[in-house]
Design a protein around this ligand. Structure first.
Ligand code: SAH
Length: 187
């Protein structure tokens, strides 16, 4: 027995909810690792929409896709995820967020509770039944705990009738390790 680590479990959850030919969203493209992972999951007939507000992240994500010959499977958008509905109108199978700052870049450019919650609301509207939104919550940085608390407050109040809300977290680890919130849309 080995408990799945947080990043591994996030990928497992996404792979269980997204099928070939479907649409997925990377709400925080960052260095592009999750965009690439989603592009593999959706296959040749699916598509990924990835968002980031930093040109550096958009460039890194496109480079990551190109290196793997999958750039045609994704649209990488330089805009905030709070504007998702401007770009995505189809039903989506799954979405992922990595909250916090882009490692190796400006630690002052972080995801923020208000826009994160607005994006979650938009994605919940677009999500298919049994689809999943996976949030990897990093909160060790300045401003991180405020965002964590606001997101937890918001998702805790989603009606049980419509959503299953999961928290997956190692609670005895030091140094504010990330944890997962997963939102599943019910019938
Ligand atoms: N903390 C994670 C990585 C987070 S990356 C880790 O250590 O692996 C978070 C990304 O979200 C950054 O690239 C940042 O530019 C982006 N971001 C911040 N606000 C955003 C917004 N409103 N819309 C889309 N992306 C945003």
């Amino acid at each position: 027995m080995k408990l799945q680590r947080v990043l591994q479990y996030a990928k497992y959850l996404l792979s269980e909810s997204i099928e070939k030919g479907e649409i997925a969203v990377d709400a925080t493209a960052g260095n592009g690792h999750d965009t690439l992972f989603l592009a593999e999951l959706v296959g040749e007939d699916g598509h990924v929409y990835a968002f980031d507000i930093q040109q550096e992240a958009v460039d890194a994500t496109i480079a990551q896709l190109k290196e793997n010959g999958l750039e045609h499977r994704a649209t990488v958008i330089l805009d905030g995820h709070e504007h998702i509905e401007k770009y995505v109108t189809q039903q989506i199978a799954g979405a992922v967020f990595n909250l916090g700052y882009l490692p190796g870049a400006d630690h002052g450019i972080i995801t923020k509770s208000e826009t994160t919650i607005r994006a979650i609301e938009s994605l919940l509207n677009l999500l298919k039944i049994n689809g999943l939104i996976v949030l990897v919550i990093y909160y060790g940085h300045e401003g991180g705990k405020e965002e964590r608390d606001a997101v937890i407050d918001f998702v805790s109040q989603l009606p049980q009738k419509n959503y299953n809300v999961l928290r997956y977290e190692f609670i005895n680890q030091k140094n504010d390790p990330p944890f997962i919130i997963a939102l599943e849309k019910k019938k």
